[in-house]
Structures are given as C-alpha cells and as structure tokens.
Design a binder for this molecule. Structure first.
Ligand SMILES: Nc1nc(=O)c2c([nH]1)NC[C@@H]1CN(c3ccc(C(=O)N[C@@H](CCC(=O)O)C(=O)O)cc3)C=[N+]21
Length: 286
C-alpha cells in the first residue's frame, strides 16, 4: 500500500481563496488588514521565510508592514520597533521572526508583543488562553495541522494521536489543541527522551512528528494504515554537496502509512495560511 498524500499546498491555496473574500468584505467596511514582520539580522533562511509571508499577504490583499534591523541591533532598538507596531492601528497582527540573534532576550521580546496583535499565537497570554480553553489567536503550525486533517476528513474525535516533540511552537500547543473538547483526540506527547518511542507511535492512529530529527520516524514504528504528519524541517547537506531541507519522516513510511502529510508541501504552506487567517481574524474583530 502507498499512502495518500495530504496536499498542504493545495489546501493552503483554497484557504487563501476564502481569505480573499473575507478581505473584500473588510474593505467594504473601510478596513485593510495589515501584517507586520520584524526581522533582526541577515540569516538567509529567515529572510526567505519573511519574504514568503509578504508574498502571501500580497496574494490575499493584506497590507505588509516590514521592519528590518541589523545583526547587531540592541535589545532597546528591537523593543522600540515592537512599541511602534503595538501602537500602529494599521497593524492588526505581527510576528517577530525566530530565532533572534543570541545576544537578544527572546523571552522578553515575545512578551512585549501586544497579545491582541499576536499573529503567531505564541505570546504567553495566548498560550495560557489555549491551556484554559479561552478564545484567542492560535499558534499557526498546530492550527494548520488540525485544519488540514479536518479538510481531509481525518477523524480526530476518539482517535489516538502520538505527537513526537514538545517544543513551544509545535508539539506542546498541538497537544493542547487536539485535546480541546471540539477535537477530543487522545494525545500522547512524546519526545526524544521517551523510552520505547516506537511503542507509543505504533499504538497511534495518527503520528505527528515535530522533533527536528531527520528520519526519526521509520516504517516499523507505525501501524499499517496510520496517518502520519511530517513537521520536521532540518537543513542538511545532500550527497551532491548542496543544502536542502529534510523532514523527520523516513522515506520508507510512505509504503506503510494510510495517509501522509509530506515535507515539503504539507505543514509549511498550512502554517503560512494560518498566519494570514490569524491576521484577518484580528482585523475582523478590530
Ligand atoms: N515567529 C516565527 N513564526 C514562524 O511561523 C516561524 C518562525 N518564526 N521561524 C521559522 C519557522 C519556520 N517556518 C516555516 C513556515 C513555512 C515553511 C514552508 O512553507 N515550507 C515549504 C518549503 C519551503 C518553500 O518552498 O518555501 C514547504 O514545507 O512546502 C517552512 C517553515 C515558520 N517559522
């Protein structure tokens, strides 16, 4: 058996079409949603991601507000930019591209984002709301995964899900999202320190891997027919000496899984679509 591929790119395109209509409705109320990005330093990967976000914005009619600071920007300079975006009524939501250069205090920076403008859904107040089941902006990658599974009619209610990875941006909030009453999945949150990881993944209907360890999930670790979601994105040097991105799911898994969310073309485009969704929602609630 070969797994059905769940197409994140096509689904993200569908979501962008829906957002275009919502942006049009906002325009009739005189509102143009605006997404801000704060990029500190010249890391080419981060620059490419931020450029992608602005391309996405242009496609759906969201205004782009770009702020760029040099590699040696001070904590005060970064904080000034955040204060400016917090006060700017044209900016409905914004993100600080991570990782920040090592000399900056990331936690302090993220806590200075106005939680009402937190397009990433990663502010402690919003993660706290997620824990408590209160409404608020949701983290983009977990939300994108749940949305993709929903649109492919993968049942979550009553399903057993193994999440591998407990990071603050994916694994941990994903466990919270999947166990909300509205999703009602049963989640085992595993990580690289889990003893007999395969016992947990083999017991699951859905395995979501967000550990950042290339090839971590192999075919022998899943139940035949399981749904597998590859969230890993690690830069590796290929045999040809060129850099490329690779996921956490080994290539043999496609022969055993029932469905696979691949990398690329899966979770990444959905993450970007959810960022746009969060901004449009912020503007609608304006
Ligand atoms: N504040 C913040 N928010 C983020 O959401 C955030 C961040 N910082 N720092 C870096 C990570 C990484 N990330 C990706 C999003 C989309 C793709 C994506 O679309 N990837 C394509 C492949 C690459 C491409 O073709 O552009 C795919 O999977 O098909 C990848 C990676 C968001 N991140």
């Amino acid at each position: 058996m070969t797994a059905t591929l769940l197409d994140g790119k096509a689904t993200a395109a569908e979501i962008k079409d829906e957002l275009r209509a919502r942006v049009k409705a906002l325009a009739e109320r005189g509102i143009t949603p605006g997404l801000g990005t704060v990029l500190v330093g010249s890391d080419p990967g981060s620059q490419a991601y931020v450029n992608g976000k602005h391309r996405d914005c242009a496609e759906v009619g969201i205004a782009s507000i770009r702020r760029e600071l040099p590699d040696d920007a001070t904590q005060e300079q970064v904080e000034e930019v955040l204060a400016e975006l917090n006060a700017d009524p044209a900016c409905h939501g914004y993100i600080v591209q991570l990782p920040l250069p090592g000399h900056l205090d990331t936690q302090r920076v993220l806590e200075l984002i106005d939680p009402a403008k937190d397009a990433d859904g990663l502010h402690p107040v919003n993660l706290g709301r997620l824990v408590l089941g209160y409404p608020g902006p949701l983290p983009c990658t977990p939300r994108g995964i749940v949305e993709l599974l929903r649109r492919y009619d993968v049942p979550l209610r009553g399903a057993t899900v193994a999440v591998v990875g407990r990071g603050n941006t994916v694994g941990r909030p994903l466990g919270l999202l999947l166990t909300r009453r509205s999703e009602n999945a049963t989640v085992t949150l595993c990580h690289t320190g889990t003893l007999d990881l395969a016992a947990h993944t083999r017991a699951a209907d859905i395995v979501i891997v967000a550990a950042g360890v290339p090839g971590l999930l192999t075919a022998d670790m899943i139940r035949p027919g399981a749904v597998v979601v590859d969230v890993g994105i690690t830069r590796v040097i290929g045999p040809d000496g060129k850099g490329r991105y690779t996921g956490d799911v080994d290539s043999g898994v496609v022969e055993v899984a029932g469905a696979l969310v691949p990398m690329p073309g899966g979770v990444g485009p959905m993450t970007r679509a959810m960022l746009l969704t969060n901004v449009v929602e912020r503007a609608e609630q304006g």
